[in-house]
Design a protein around this ligand. Sequence first.
Ligand SMILES: Cc1cc2nc3c(=O)[nH]c(=O)nc-3n(C[C@H](O)[C@H](O)[C@H](O)COP(=O)(O)OP(=O)(O)OC[C@H]3O[C@@H](n4cnc5c(N)ncnc54)[C@H](O)[C@@H]3O)c2cc1C
Length: 136
Amino acid sequence: MEARGIENLYIYELKAIAPSDKFAVLLHQKENGKTEEIRIHYDLLHPMPKFQTPAPLRKSPLTAEGLGGQGEVNSETLQHKRYKNVFALGDSSPTGAPKTAATIRKQAPVVAENLIDSILELPPKIYTTAHLAAPC
Ligand SMILES: Cc1cc2nc3c(=O)[nH]c(=O)nc-3n(C[C@H](O)[C@H](O)[C@H](O)COP(=O)(O)OP(=O)(O)OC[C@H]3O[C@@H](n4cnc5c(N)ncnc54)[C@H](O)[C@@H]3O)c2cc1C
């Protein structure tokens, strides 16, 4: 990213856009917890919604403290730690793997097999997060 002159701005939230002036208004959370408002000029703007898991999961007992609303699953088997007949994959699974469709492509077959194995009372298979990248 640096070699290409791309600057990463983390913990910035898009608040408003002034298209006539080509300015984006961002809220930046500082280290002291306070929020400052800044304006950045843009040539091309590609906004996307703030990342969050679906409300039915985020507000359910399936998640736990510190998981940002993701399912409380084993990162290798994708099986829920407390509800053994529940699995989570994709953006709702805290595995440490990139949040991409490419990740899901590897996770989906494992979850399908582990669902069947859990019904048959067989031990779950292990999924690996190695060699995952976008695009899929
Ligand atoms: C801008 C952008 C670019 C990306 N580019 C790439 C890329 O190039 N390559 C790549 O591999 N990945 C890419 N990704 C990541 C990829 O899109 C996600 O990781 C993937 O879509 C996650 O899939 P998911 O099924 O876990 O969640 P989602 O795709 O978010 O699916 C969740 C679904 O649940 C539905 N839902 C929410 N609430 C409810 C409810 N109450 N009832 C019923 N349904 C509900 C939503 O409508 C949605 O359809 C990109 C993501 C973004 C935002």
